[in-house]
Each structure stands twice: as C-alpha cells, then as structure tokens.
Design a binder for this molecule. Sequence first.
Ligand SMILES: Cc1cc2nc3c(=O)[nH]c(=O)nc-3n(C[C@H](O)[C@H](O)[C@H](O)COP(=O)(O)OP(=O)(O)OC[C@H]3O[C@@H](n4cnc5c(N)ncnc54)[C@H](O)[C@@H]3O)c2cc1C
Length: 414
Amino acid sequence: MSSAQKYDVIVIGGGASGMMAAGQAGSRGKRVLLLEKNKKLGAKLAITGGTRCNITNAEEDTRTLLGHYGNAEQFLFSPFSQFGVKDTFAFFEALGLPLVVEARKRAFPHTHKAEDVVRAMTEFMRKNKVEVRLGRTVEKIVTKGSRIEKVIADSEEFFADSFVFATGGISHPETGSTGDGFAWLAKINLPIAKPTPTIVPLKVKESWIKDVSGVTLSDMKITFMSQSKKKFSRTGAVLFTHFGLSGPLILNSSSQVADYLHEGPVAAHIDMRPNLDLGVLDKLITEHFAANSNKILKNTFKELAPQGMSDALLALMPAIDPGKKVHSVTKEERRVLAELLKDLPLTITDLMGLDRAVVADGGLPLTEIDTRTMRVNKYPNLFVTGDLLHINRPTGGYSLQLCWTTGFVAGSAA
Ligand SMILES: Cc1cc2nc3c(=O)[nH]c(=O)nc-3n(C[C@H](O)[C@H](O)[C@H](O)COP(=O)(O)OP(=O)(O)OC[C@H]3O[C@@H](n4cnc5c(N)ncnc54)[C@H](O)[C@@H]3O)c2cc1C
C-alpha cells in the first residue's frame, strides 16, 4: 500500500455537504481527501434556487425551524446545536459571502449567484488543505468487519481511518447524484428507505401549456380537486413549464397532490384574479372594453390577462374570434372571458419523476445514525451526510441547511 493513499478522512462526493465535511475535517488538522466523480465541484449546488442558491432559511427559533423536518425533528437538535442557521450566516460571511434574507425567510448569498457559493466552499477546502481529486468515480467500497477499510476509484485503492459518504440522492442525476451511496449502504446491510419525489413539479394533461412555458402567474390562487371534491387551495406564484406546473407553491403542494393522485387525476383550478369576485371582474372588463371599443380584442385582452397568457387563453375559446373589434364582443363572450380568468382548469395527471425532483426523501433512516456525530451505528468509521439521509423537508433553504449542518458535524467527528 502506498502511503500517499492513506488518509485520516476520505469524503466521497463534492456537493454541499461533502465540501463542508471535508473542509471542517481539514480545519482540525486531518489529512483529508475528497473524491468527486464530476470534473467540477458542486454541480447541483450551482443550480440551486434557480442558480441564486437559497442557502438556508433564516428562522431564528430552532424549535420552529426543526418543526419543518417532520419526524426527523427530534434527531436534529444535537447537530443543529453544533451548527445552526446563525452559524451558516457567520460561516459564509467569514468566507466573504454575506447572506441576504428575502420573503419567507429564504436566505441567499448577497451576489445572488450559486456559483459564488461553490467558489466559497472550494476556497474553504483549499484553506484547510483538503486534497481534491476530480473526475474520480468511487466504484466500490470494501469493509473489514464493522469498518470501512478502503474505497476503489478507477482501480486505485484509497485507505482512511474514517469515511464520509456525501454522494447525495437521486434527483437531477445529470449533476452526478445517481444514488451510488444508497447502493453501497444497502450492500453493507443498512436499511434504505425507498426514495420518492417529495418536492417535484406536476405533469399536466393539457398540451396547450407548452405555449406558455416560462410564464409565471404571481398572486394567483390554485384550488386542487379530487373526485370532484375540493381538497385544498393555495395562493402564490405558479410557473408554467413545457410539461406542467412548477414554482414554490406547486413544489410545496406536490406531496399532498401525490396522495390524491392515487385516486385518479387531480383537477387544478387557477384563479388569476383572486382579489376580485366574478361580478366585479366582469364590470371591470366591461369598462375596459367600453374604453377600447374600436380596438382588436386580441390586443385589448392583453391588458386584462396576466402577462404572456392572453393569446393562449383566447385560443382556448375557439368560438370567440380574437381578431374582431371589441365592440362586437357579446355580453356572453365577455362573461366567458371573465370566467376563464377566474377559473382556468387544468388536469394534473402525475408527478414529474425522481429525476426532476428538487427533493426526494428516502435514504438512510436517522435511527441508524448517532446524529451527535453523523456516525453510522453499525460502522463506527463511517459518517453519512446531506441527501443520503432519509429526511422530509419543504423548499425554502431547509435542504442546504441540512447539508451545512450534517457536513459540519461529520467533519468535526470523522
Ligand atoms: C434544481 C434544484 C434546486 C434546488 N434548490 C435548492 C435551494 O435553493 N435550497 C435548498 O436548500 N436546496 C435546494 N435543492 C436541494 C439541494 O440542492 C440538495 O439538498 C443538496 O445539493 C444535496 O447536497 P449533497 O451534498 O447531499 O449531495 P449532492 O449535491 O447531490 O452532491 C453529491 C456529489 O457526489 C458525487 N458523487 C456521487 N456518486 C459518486 C461516486 N460514486 N464517486 C464520486 N463522487 C460521487 C456527485 O457527483 C455529486 O457531486 C435543490 C435541488 C435541485 C435539484
């Protein structure tokens, strides 16, 4: 065995949690190697928050914050007491990247660039002398009794006293998170909860939505119905995509919608003017039409419909000629347009797959781990972080905070 390949700590995976674990272990004077299969670090981190990186959630009260992690709450008090939200703010500030807080307590780097977070984490590792090897896919892990003995990447063997598995989950596999860690953990007889997408866009049957792909409806209300019964409503912003609906409101509704999808397609009714009742909206349209009676309907309707939607909405009403003058629009036609603005019906047929999920749960249950250290109970020299852990959480910075916390704790103990 060449001594160059024996380390104190080997971290597998150069995502958010792996970089944190590696840098933290390095700061303790450990000889650390990080193996990453991509040619660059933090590929998923770089696309977070629409490339702005919702880096944490600025909820100051730990109990309230942890309430968002479902059943995991009780396991997370110890790790969050070691590295919580305030620590995340201080950590990035110290790396020259202060954070700013937006609506719903979502915190972002002040530059609004996820790439800057990747750069800061890379710098954190460099400062702490972590050896980073890119383009190295770990293919095999080898155990000896209850210890991880070595890992093999491209036929090369790497030995260490401790190993941190930070290979992520299985969403957006193009970023490198292909579930390798799940397979390794299962192979060494650890239980793995089957991943299901928990925060994921929704597929819609109506093909016309392709025409409005990229349009965001802000301040709208969406009501979900199953078996003709109203189930729940939310207000906020919805993003139309090529295949369906996305945006925070949809992502945070997806696990509830998933339950109803077991009973068949779910009807979604979008109210684009939730602050006006139908009568008031009809009056408003009447007045607008009266003031623009010689104009073409297609042009005038643009001023009434949400931006980017008017052509698609008129196309849904083939009986109404969009090229006619506004003064020839009948009272009934005007009413139909008002009704459409109040109730745009869509049919949710499915969730998008695991590959498009922002977060999928599944992974190693926390009962298998000592969360004071992130050490696996059955393998005392193995530590597990980030998306490899089976923890349910909403959008809003909660996933990355988990990465910073679990990475820090593992890097402090490994
Ligand atoms: C589109 C999108 C947007 C998101 N936005 C946000 C957001 O704004 N805020 C938020 O809190 N969360 C967000 N998330 C969730 C967040 O990105 C993840 O929770 C987080 O990145 C997980 O980090 P990780 O360290 O566990 O794993 P990952 O970031 O998945 O990193 C794992 C790394 O391991 C490497 N790897 C895998 N297998 C091997 C192997 N065999 N050998 C070597 N290397 C390997 C991979 O290449 C990868 O680089 C978003 C997720 C997605 C998909």
